[in-house]
Design a protein around this ligand. Structure first.
Ligand code: HEC
Ligand code: HEC
Length: 355
């Protein structure tokens, strides 16, 4: 059941899928004013200023976040809204979805709709934009075989080298702004940024739409936006989902892995190899959710890492982070599929700050 789907909304999936394949195959973009054009690889200048090469890299050579990424209003959400929402659409939290539905229904009867809508307007989140491109971030399918490091590379540089595009057959390109001769991004007639497949965001993240830029080469807003979309399946699932996720972790994993996830729970002292440290951002950036799900299901008593899991991570990452015959219990049969997915989210959420 490793490929259990985690879909709870089909909002815009068909539209997004149709647009994504169109953008990929026919080199036509779907976003208004954000046309995605494909350029032959040979004519394409290097995706970024090369700043990414100076970032610290994990053992699989993808970059990893040096500070805790944050999905909150001032960081991940703001970075997403300013730079990504035009193509990927608005992703409300479950609480916002519920409030909005209630207030829109009540608005007929003169209730102050602005109370809910006002703050959303300020953040550029009302009216909601339908997704025009890419995957449905409420669904975990798009990411469970990708490491955060691979997705970062895709977003920051616009493309991921074949060897990092694990598993095979996954998309290796993403659109971003096109730099002009002066290094500033080119704009369309309507003022919107010109976008092209294979271009990176590292030098072009804006703090607010059409506004001030972050320092070119600053990886922080890219990590923040990445974990914002990574966490949408929890935030959008239900009002209580984050709490349920931490309950699963707190009741079953704290004792060894610790409350903060450093691998220093009360039972950890007597155990070797020691329980894993989930605040190790380098290790977590090289790890897929599919691997975490398998590891949590099988525990330390497995004999072989299945082929399908091996394909989702590099051999270096696997050899560094997997110890056979450890004290890690197998949770298959103890926790349900959904609870083990929550455990994955619990573990992952130790490596970023949530909204
Ligand atoms: C110009 C439109 C556009 C913008 C702006 C845009 N994206 Fe995308 N995004 C796409 C398309 C198209 C795809 C699907 C790529 C494909 O099918 O090859 C995609 C795919 C993705 C994926 C999935 C990649 C994977 O692993 O397959 C992520 C994650 C993502 N985008 C995040 C972001 C973030 C974060 C931003 C803002 C910094 C952003 N996108 C801005 C168009 C856009
Ligand atoms: C009895 C102590 C113990 C308990 C309880 C425990 N773990 Fe572990 N866990 C370990 C040990 C020991 C390792 C092995 C560390 C290693 O291989 O370096 C481990 C490894 C892991 C790994 C592998 C990380 C990686 O990247 O290789 C994951 C994921 C994990 N545990 C998740 C959980 C979750 C989720 C729970 C609760 C549902 C849990 N563990 C409960 C002891 C425990």
């Amino acid at each position: 059941m490793l490929r259990t789907r985690f879909t709870f909304t089909s909002r815009g999936v068909l539209l997004a899928a149709a647009c994504a394949s169109l953008a990929g195959l026919l080199a036509v973009g779907c976003a208004d004013g954000l046309a995605v054009k494909q350029q032959p690889a040979a004519e394409r200048p290097k995706a970024t200023s090369g700043a990414i090469s100076s970032l610290e890299r994990g053992s699989d050579s993808t970059a990893y976040p040096l500070n805790l990424p944050s999905t909150d209003k001032l960081r991940g959400r703001a970075a997403y809204t300013a730079n990504c929402q035009g193509c990927h659409g608005t992703y409300y939290t479950a609480a916002e979805k519920a409030d909005l539905a209630k207030d829109l229904a009540l608005a007929e009867g003169h209730v102050d709709k602005n109370k809910v809508v006002g703050p959303l307007k300020e953040e550029g989140r009302y009216p909601a934009l339908a997704p025009k491109n890419g995957p449905d971030f409420y669904d975990r399918d798009w990411r469970f075989q990708r490491t955060p490091g691979q997705v970062f590379q895709l977003l920051a540089e616009g493309s991921a080298p074949e060897k990092l595009g694990l598993p095979k057959g996954k998309r290796l390109q993403h659109p971003g702004p096109v730099p002009g001769p002066d290094g500033k991004p080119l704009r369309n007639a309507d003022g919107s940024l010109r976008m092209e497949m294979g271009r990176g965001w590292l030098d072009f993240m804006e703090i607010s739409r059409g506004g001030v830029k972050y320092a070119p080469g600053d990886p922080v807003p890219v990590w923040d936006a990445l974990f914002y979309v990574w966490s949408r399946s929890i935030a959008g699932h239900s009002v209580t989902r984050f709490k349920e996720v931490w309950d699963v972790y707190g009741q079953n994993c704290n004792v060894c892995h610790g409350t903060i996830g450093k691998g220093d729970g009360p039972a950890a002292r007597t155990i070797y190899p020691q329980p894993f440290n989930f605040t190790n951002r380098k290790a977590m950036a090289e790890t897929t959710d599919e691997f975490l799900f398998w590891r949590i299901s099988e525990g330390g008593q497995f004999t072989k890492i299945p082929e399908s899991i091996q394909q989702t991570m590099t051999p270096q990452a696997l050899s560094l982070y997997v110890h056979q015959w450890s004290a890690m219990p197998a949770w298959r049969g103890v926790l349900s599929d959904d609870q083990r997915w929550m455990a994955v989210d619990g573990v992952r959420s130790k490596s970023y700050d949530h909204e």
